[in-house]
Write a protein that binds this ligand. Structure first.
Ligand code: PEP
Ligand code: MN
Length: 380
């Protein structure tokens, strides 16, 4: 395939250009025959938890990798979620619902469909469900059997999660992965995507007329939608109308990711609308995706001070509009990575232990600091 211009296929809702269509069909058939990853009862349990006033801690890797899908790695990620949850509960007294970006966060929408290095052009890395981080023609060629591998890996991760009280979620980006796992339940007739408890729609694919919103409207799982600075209160209204027409508590969450400078004003306008309309939708702060910068050496990073600033702005906008802050969405690692810088961009710091396959994550110390802050903001 011609790697130099993947744009025409990629532009179609950020779906990868699979080299052989017949193989996609076979991979989809395998997924349609595979066991459900999460049962309908578990999905309903999360929906019920989210219908209550508890606070949602939604956190994990930007992109999980098959390589890091080990018992030890999962245990570290789960124990970090517990530590963060405990910190928020201890400070605020509010019960916390833990949802990981875990057990299936293997697909990434990328701004550029191709990546250029030293005169070579190859497809970007789209997540382990599509291709490999390795910058080689073989590594970067999309392979639809990676969809099946992603399912197998998710199953393994879920087996490590059992009994830990963490629900699974990922971005519902690859429709070739999600659609075959979507089934009508025999007992109550509703349609569930069994790939995770909660699915979210990314900032790039939340078009009201797009396939992703259409897909999410047809399933009964809890749904979240990323809301960036280009969104308007009218866009929010459209999403609410399509995704939560019955205004059911626990069904829909909006994840605001505005960037620190506009976080207050943009959130204020949207929250005022939510308040005025009486919507039950949960509002969540993602203080990371609007604050990504590139270091002089070319690494994506985020300044913890900027993440803190956006978090504070979001909570202020909630206080000033009377909307209950519904949760925090963070990219975190269970390992002591050096991907987000404390106060200013510094390549020497980033060089210590930068391991992310995609966006920069908070390390456990930084994540715990944010959890403490959130706990304090919930009571102030
Ligand atoms: C992400 O959550 O990793 C992501 C790509 O976010 P967004 O859709 O908000 O850009
Ligand atoms: Mn990310």
């Amino acid at each position: 395939m011609d790697f130099a211009d993947l744009s025409p296929t990629y532009a179609r809702g950020y779906q990868p250009g699979w080299p052989v269509e017949a193989e996609v069909k076979r991979a989809r058939d395998a997924l349609a025959r595979a066991d459900p990853l999460v049962p309908a009862s578990g999905i309903r349990r999360l929906q019920a938890r989210l219908a209550e006033p508890g606070f949602l801690l939604h956190a994990g890797d930007c992109a999980e990798t098959f390589r890091d899908n080990t018992r030890t790695s999962v245990a570290k990620r789960v124990s970090l979620l517990h530590a963060m949850s405990d910190a928020i509960e201890a400070k605020s007294g509010r019960p916390v619902v833990m949802v990981g970006r875990i057990a299936g966060q293997y697909a990434k929408p990328r701004s550029a469909p191709t990546e250029h290095r030293t005169g070579i052009t190859l497809p970007s890395y789209f997540g382990d469900a599509v291709n490999d981080t390795d910058f080689s023609a073989a590594g970067r060629t999309p392979d639809p059997w990676n969809l099946v591998r992603a399912h197998e890996h998710s199953k393994k991760t879920l087996s490590h999660l059992e009994g830990s009280g963490v629900f699974a979620s990922h971005e519902a980006l690859l429709l070739d992965y999600e659609q075959p796992q979507t089934r009508r339940s025999a007992d109550e007739g509703r349609v569930y995507d069994h790939s995770a408890h909660l699915l979210w729609i990314g900032e790039r694919t939340r078009s009201l007329t797009g396939d992703h919103v259409d897909f999410a409207a047809g399933i009964a799982n809890p749904i979240a939608v990323k809301i960036g600075p280009g969104a308007t209160p009218a866009a929010l209204m459209g999403l609410h109308a399509v995704l939560n027409p019955e205004n059911l508590p626990g069904r829909l969450a909006f994840i605001f990711r505005m960037g620190r400078h506009r976080a207050y004003d943009l959130a204020y306008a949207m929250l005022s609308r939510i308040m005025a309309e009486g919507w039950t939708d949960r509002v969540i702060c993602d203080p990371m995706h609007g604050n990504t910068v590139v270091s002089p050496a070319g690494l994506k990073t985020r300044v913890v001070a900027a993440i803190e600033a956006e978090t504070r702005e979001f909570f202020s906008a909630c206080n000033d509009t009377g909307v209950t802050p519904g949760g925090i969405h963070l990219e975190v690692s269970g390992d002591d990575v050096s991907e987000c810088v404390p106060a200013r961009v510094d390549d020497t710091y980033l060089a210590i232990n930068y391991r992310s396959a995609c966006d920069p994550r908070l390390n456990p110390e930084q994540a715990s600091y944010l959890a403490q802050l959130v706990g304090e903001l919930l009571v102030s």
